[in-house]
Design a protein around this ligand. Structure first.
Ligand code: MEV
Length: 323
């Protein structure tokens, strides 16, 4: 039997802009996805018979990536993430599944988190019609705080590069890790609207908006500047400035038409007890995030406003084998 866990992620700055090569900053969160694989006499997933065509991504990991040719497996998946909520649940599932299969097929090898991030990115590209940054998969694989950017980011440790030909042209990203100051004394509180966030549709919607109204590129550039300022503030442990940058980022995401009345309502509800708040991930539905030193009060404010809260530290450990 092998068990593997991969965390979800929360984008602090730069969602959508990162698809166009601008920087994004994301942190791994405490909640994630756990996969348990047990040798068995028949192939099952979550108690049901496993049919490869219904789970093309899992069968791709088993067969094409790791060439699994062992006995049938019983596969159990448990998730502490809201699904389709912008928290990277598909990236976390991909990373946890790949780590577990890698351990079964190559028991003596260290888990290769860069390889796992690449496998997951390829899957996101397929799921998002050719437009996906490596942000979710890299953050879940590497853990901590990750910057994904078209340019090398000063003061960050370079880990690997990724590239992709999108419908709008070739994109290249450097994936770097940032050391958060150990004295950071704040929490993230995520608030789920209860509405699924269709990442592929939201990303395609932004592409259409930019084509129809090229002046919206100014929002992308503003997000890039805000992201840079937010990163500098994060590195210096200046949480008030991080919060201000989050607020400013939300306004630009509203202008890109990826917020929603439900997201805006949760963001407004938490403001009195937060350093900053914004939608996180693709938007449309999904989650918002607040940075706060009063996590319980923010969680209550989210509940009162009709959302579901999830409290996390900033920068959890990345994908790992549990047993
Ligand atoms: C989704 O978590 C973040 C987006 O920027 C899409 C991507 O980076 O692939 C909206």
């Amino acid at each position: 039997m092998v068990r593997a866990f991969a965390p979800g992620k929360c984008i602090l700055f730069g969602e959508h802009a990162v698809v166009y090569g601008h920087p994004a900053v994301a942190v791994a969160i405490d909640s994630g996805v756990e996969v348990e694989l047990t040798e068995s006499d028949s192939w099952t997933i979550e108690g049901m018979s496993f049919e490869a065509h219904r789970h093309p991504h899992i069968s791709h990991i088993l067969n094409d990536v790791f060439g699994y040719d062992g006995v049938p497996l019983r596969m159990e998946i448990s998730s502490g993430l809201f699904s389709a909520a912008g928290l990277g649940s598909s990236a976390a599932l991909s990373n946890a599944m790949s780590a577990a299969v890698q351990r079964l097929t190559h028991p003596d090898d260290e888990i290769d988190s860069v390889q796992l991030a690449r496998i997951g990115h390829a899957a996101e590209v397929k799921a998002q019609a050719g437009r996906a940054s490596p942000t979710d998969t890299a953050t879940s694989a590497l853990g901590g705080c990750v910057v994904v950017s078209g340019d090398i980011v000063e003061g960050a440790e370079h880990v690997f590069d990724a590239s992709l030909v999108t419908p709008e042209g070739e994109r290249k990203w450097s994936i770097c890790k940032v050391n958060l100051p150990p004295e950071i004394d704040a929490w993230l509180v995520l608030g789920f609207t209860g509405i699924g966030s269709p990442t592929g549709e939201m990303v395609a919607g932004v592409a259409r908006l930019l084509e129809r109204d090229p002046s919206k590129h100014a929002d992308m550039e503003a997000i890039a500047r805000i992201t840079q300022a937010g990163l500098t503030a994060l590195g210096a442990g200046n949480l008030e400035a991080v919060g201000m940058a989050m607020d400013a980022c939300h306004v630009r995401l509203q202008s890109l038409e990826v917020s929603s009345p439900e997201l805006d309502a949760l963001v407004e509800a938490v403001r009195p007890h937060s350093l900053g708040a914004k939608l996180t991930g693709a938007g449309g539905g999904g989650c918002m995030v607040a940075l706060t030193d009063e996590p319980q009060r923010v969680a209550e404010a989210i509940e009162v406003a009709g959302g579901t809260p999830l409290i996390s530290r900033l920068g959890a450990e990345g994908v790992r084998i549990l047993a």
